[in-house]
Design a protein around this ligand. Sequence first.
Ligand code: RP5
Length: 155
Amino acid sequence: MSDITPSPQVEVELEQIEEGFGASGTLVGIIMGSKNDMEKMLPAQVYLTEQGIDSEVHVMSAHRDPEKVREFCTTARARGLKVIIAGAGMSAALPGVAAAHTDLPVIGVPILGKSLGGLDALLSAVQMPPGIPVACVAIDGAKNAGVLAARIINA
Ligand code: RP5
């Protein structure tokens, strides 16, 4: 038995794991704001799988499911995740909110919506305040998010 006492923050995270998301054993968490984003986000997982990197996919919206997003992101490191890929359209808050709740690298994927040519999502994802970074790929650029996640893991 270890005589190292977990920090209060780690204890909180472990409690949250027991109540919510389990220990995944995966390295990359892929989250998106709607099931309607799934088709555009899957190229990230396809690339990671080709590279032998396990990932998990969840739908959670920063606006519709804020508590789920908070729980996923605050427990991500303790569950073994190394990178989070977050895709959303319209007012794409998900990447930035994810980055606010974890110090893991967050890669944002702006999803093309029905108006504004995707600029709404691009600007929402990329215009982060200093200290809370999101590494943003192109509009509908999920494959590059997978490539970047793999490079981060293999750095
Ligand atoms: C965003 O709003 C989602 O990421 C999605 O791209 C967009 C529209 O969501 P749905 O109405 O299709 O569920 O939060």
